[in-house]
Write a protein that binds this ligand. Structure first.
Ligand code: PRP
Ligand code: MG
Length: 170
């Protein structure tokens, strides 16, 4: 199945000059979504991980079905202030200003082999922050997995783990 035919390119969104890759048509098509998750699950299975982490918010749409499919536990990396109890946070710089991601302190066990999942790799800033956060809680981050990778932004250069991606755009 040609999964790219279920991804919609929206020009000039959210800013002029940006081509936004919209995954909504894929999610709306149950067969396409199932095929996408099946293919991602196979890529992840080869890494031998035992836990899945998803990045808010669109990353959850990939990470949760993948965890169920692979029979693995799943934890959320969220933007600040959304998780109760003890959290560990990591702040990182954006083009303008900064942002903070958090995870609950006791969910990932030291040494646990995790894959971090997001829908899309652009500059790599979001994934890099999530990986650093996970290392702070002792995780052994084995891979970063994406449905879509924007090759021209070279985000994978920012990541020091193997990068798995299903659909690549130049
Ligand atoms: C988008 C996308 C990735 C991130 C990729 O999320 O879902 O998480 O940007 O960009 P980067 O590689 O340059 O960091 P966004 O912040 O738009 O939020 P959302 O997932 O909540 O829609
Ligand atoms: Mg996102």
């Amino acid at each position: 199945m040609d999964l790219k035919s279920h991804i919609r390119g929206v020009p000039d969104y959210p800013k002029p000059g940006i081509l936004f890759y919209d995954i909504s048509p894929l999610l709306a098509h149950s067969d396409a979504w199932a095929v996408a998750m099946g293919r991602m699950a196979r890529l992840i299975q080869e890494t031998g991980v035992d836990f899945i982490v998803g990045i808010e918010s669109r990353g959850f749409l990939m990470a949760a079905p993948l965890a169920l499919k692979l029979g693995l536990g799943f934890a959320m990396v969220r933007k600040k202030g959304k998780l109760p109890g003890d959290v560990v946070r990591h702040s990182y710089d954006l083009e303008y200003g900064s942002d903070t991601v958090e995870i609950q302190a006791d969910l990932v066990k030291p040494g646990q082999r995790v894959v971090v999942v997001d829908d899309l790799l652009a500059t790599g800033g979001t994934m890099n922050a999530a990986i650093k956060l996970l290392r702070d809680v002792g995780a052994d981050v084995r891979a970063a997995a994406f449905l879509i990778e924007l090759d021209f932004l070279e985000g994978r250069k920012k990541l020091d783990v193997p990068v798995l991606s299903l659909l690549n755009y130049d």
